[in-house]
Design a protein around this ligand. Structure first.
Ligand SMILES: Nc1ncnc2c1ncn2[C@@H]1O[C@H](COP(=O)(O)OP(=O)(O)OP(=O)(O)O)[C@@H](O)[C@H]1O
Ligand SMILES: [Mg+2]
Length: 277
């Protein structure tokens, strides 16, 4: 890990206190996910190994449209491996990944992106020698028949418009993170998967990223002129950020889901203490 993760409390000045969520402009009566609708993503009993090491132990996870599903866990518990398994970057040993009713367990990452899953990998993986515009175009390349970037991306991240012709490697860490998110959004996904987007990023940009994530779940980006709410899977170690955004949470320890519940119950459930053990 190249960057140090923000320690709990490190961004406390920039974030509202426990329980309060005004920082992300979240209305109290925001639309809930439609009751009774099937989750967009459903991963069931995923087992994953690296060599002889059992890394994911029967992990199941669901993500619904309009909701932010947060996966918390300390270093090395298997969070990134879980996301790579959802994306098909590593093939699962056993279990099933369903997306929008289809079994995508054996599909390639490329096929999953085309189905509507956007991936923001840990460490961002921005192409440092390509310009911002070229990086964004890479995201668009997965969308059949599309040649222009959605202008809404620049409303979400105005800094990218100002830096369109700069090289990715010349951007700050926070700007690169925004670029990686915009790149994943370029193809108009219905599910956005983010791996520790706050890692090594300054508090003001963390706040901006939080607002964007909330907005994507609540309202979404316009697709063919009509905004479409998204499902979000967010991996985090930064507790305050996670609690602020979570509609649902899951806690991983040593490759297993050991707790889960509603985001609103995270404080009462003692998730923060679990993270600091
Ligand atoms: N390519 C690999 N080959 C072998 N072992 C790996 C590989 N990638 C990760 N691991 C191991 O698998 C375990 C889970 O790693 P993973 O990266 O999924 O954890 P993580 O929860 O994302 O950690 P972090 O918070 O540091 O990003 C760790 O013990 C790690 O050392
Ligand atoms: Mg990781």
């Amino acid at each position: 890990m190249e960057d140090s993760a923000p320690t709990p409390g490190a961004g406390a000045a920039a974030l509202p206190p426990d329980g309060a969520r005004p920082g992300l402009g979240r209305p109290d009566a925001r639309p809930a996910a439609a009751p009774g609708t099937a989750p967009l993503l459903r991963a069931e009993a995923i087992n994953q190994y690296y060599g002889g090491s059992h890394i994911l132990r029967s992990v199941s996870l669901e993500a619904a449209v309009g909701e932010v599903t947060v996966v918390l866990g300390r270093n090395g518990v298997g969070k990134t491996t879980l996301l790579k398994s959802l994306m098909g970057v590593v093939p699962v040993r056993s279990g099933r990944v369903g997306f929008d009713g289809a079994d995508i367990t054996r599909e390639t990452p490329y096929q999953r992106v085309r189905r509507g899953i956007g991936y923001v990998p840990q460490g961002r993986e921005v192409f440092s020698r390509l310009t911002v515009q070229e990086n964004l175009a890479m995201g668009l390349a997965y969308k059949p028949g599309s040649t222009s970037l959605p202008t809404e991306l620049f409303e979400l991240f105005p800094v990218l418009k100002a830096m369109l012709h700069r090289r990715g490697g010349d951007l700050s860490g926070g700007q690169q993170q925004q670029l990686a998110i915009a790149r994943a959004l370029a193809a108009g996904p219905r599910l956005l998967v983010l791996d520790e987007p706050t890692e090594g990023i300054q508090p003001s940009i963390i706040k901006d990223i939080g607002r964007v994530i909330r907005m994507l779940a609540d309202t979404g980006l316009p697709v063919d002129g009509k905004p479409r709410r998204m499902a979000i899977v967010l991996v985090e170690q930064y507790y305050d950020f996670a609690e602020e955004l979570a509609d649902r949470y899951l806690v991983m320890e040593r490759g297993e889901i050991v707790m889960q519940g509603r985001g609103a119950d995270m404080a009462a459930d003692g998730v923060r203490a679990r993270m600091s053990i």
